[in-house]
Design a protein around this ligand. Sequence first.
Ligand code: ATP
Ligand code: MG
Length: 645
Amino acid sequence: PNPVPEFISGALDPEQLDAVLNSSGRTLIIAGPGSGKTRVITYKIAHLVASGIKPENILLVTFTRAASREMIERARRASGSDLKGMLAGTFHHISNYFLRKYSNRIDINSNFTILDREDAKDLIKHCRSQLLEETGKKNSSILPSAGVLQSIYSYAVNCGLSLRESIVHQNRKFLGVEEYIEEIWKRYTILKSENNSLDYDDLLIKALQLFESNPEALEIESMRFRWILVDEFQDTNILQYKLIELLSGVHGNLVVVGDDAQSIYSFRGARFENVFDFLKAPDTKTFKIQTNYRSTPEIVRLINNIIPSSAIEKSLKAVRNPGPMPVIAETWDNMEEANFVAQKIEEHINDGILPEKIAVLYRSHYHSLELQMELDRRKIDYILFSGPRFVETAHVKDIIAFLKVLVNPYDQLSWGRILRLFPGVGSMTSVKIINALQACEGDRDKIIELLKEFNGSRIRLENLLAILEPVKDEKQPVNVIQKIFDTFYSDYLDEKYPDARDRKLDIERLMEISERYSSITELLEDLAVSEKVDIERERTRKEARVVLSTVHQAKGLEWDVVFIIAVNPGDFPSYFSLNEGNIDEEERIFYVAVTRARDYLYIIKQKGGRSRPMMGNRYVFRAGHDFIAKIPEDTVEFWDVGWDL
Ligand code: ATP
Ligand code: MG
């Protein structure tokens, strides 16, 4: 056999090396957090390429785009190959790739627009109001909100359930309005197809349909992918599982890595049972790695004491030098908590730790609000991995709407958004114009003629025309954005928003990103399937900033200093999970949070009488499940950081 190149053997321990060299066929690499699972996948790619496999024959599936970019970068450095031609990205990204490539074989128009979750919710909201209008609003109070409808629909699609089953599975009760829920779903489906658009779930479903109904397309792609590698396998759902099973049909090399104890996306249909099904299959090879390289022995000891129940024993061995004990800090309330965390962050930065090596993690975005204010007061720069996505902010969406109609003139949703930016266009007028636009059948010249007809003294579309006429054949997205910005959008922001300066910076950032693209379609695809972290991460890389993130967005990542805030019953574990009995999932989320820390770990709890307001004015009293009560006392240090000290 060929000797293993030193760049590979030198970077891995014997267990990891075994997994890299001997994984083939159906392989499961199962190991606890920080044990180098992601590293093994990265070196697997380097090793494959070093042994003569062409990058184009490799498919890498990661949980976020940022993760895939980072892995490609590392594998490139390790292997010395540019890895050109390898297909890498999230399930949404690769589904999108297949759908564009084979759109002629399945009944979709290749120019489809991708609806992000907010767009999709807007459409559902529209269908919901329409139905309420027609039925005389008699159900408005009992009909679920657009957000809840969206999660019922998405859960149904991702788990292969009917809408009624999805409602039951999610422990929801909508007695008597199930028919309306189904009717809204029907209308939403029609509206999407009229708009020539697909939501995230459609991407997956259609990709699967493509391969199930087109043996030729399946043959081409499954012949191509001799190696399929999947990170964070515990968070795949049934559709994703089917997709990789299909694609690996010919060569059968399907290497997945994961940790069932870190499965935290069941609300989107993720099934950690996929790990066990895979494990049980007779031809599956299994590798285990047992050393934790990420955290100090003190933190590993705590981790080993809070491993969520799992079918596979995964106690970790520590190898790093000793460090400080993990801390449980008790504060009185959230103000005091914010003060303590900001103070500690300042101390660590003064001691020489880089701000971007520090993270504050929480269960829900709103837990970070006081801390944001406190950091602002102390002028400590931070970056949010939670909250509205960059591409979901109103101003970025406005610009994206222009790009979308240039590619897909049928996109009514985007036309609606654009038209309302201009003087004299209210919702009535915009509906009128959009209806008239339908008759243009996507012809760009006809559209411009039509808009000219509408342009007058009351409805003022001259700026819109000044943009559309010169850019209708423009290919470079950055030129289009510049044109929009210069023609009116910069002034529009000044008039409309007090924080216009920040918003303009965002648009500049969008232009920076678009400079790398020579086609509007490609830019739109990347923006639509990129996770918020991608763009935020790129920003962090340039500017040193403390990270504020939900635990869900922190998956797979690590920091030198980690704070977990609001670890109070009702906050974390979440109040909703207490009611719905999903405490196991909450335990896994807490486990993911704790295992992000390399050197310093602070878990913060408030001992005040009641928690912060939730759900409007309702106060949630603390009761029930307490993570901290379950932590053995000798694995942590307790700090009381009350006012009175
Ligand atoms: P998670 O479950 O959180 O995704 P993981 O198992 O994917 O964790 P990695 O992120 O691959 O773990 O590795 C954790 C850290 O340990 C990284 O900083 C990685 O570079 C380091 N590491 C892994 N293996 C080794 C090794 N053999 N020698 C030195 N450092 C290592
Ligand atoms: Mg990982």
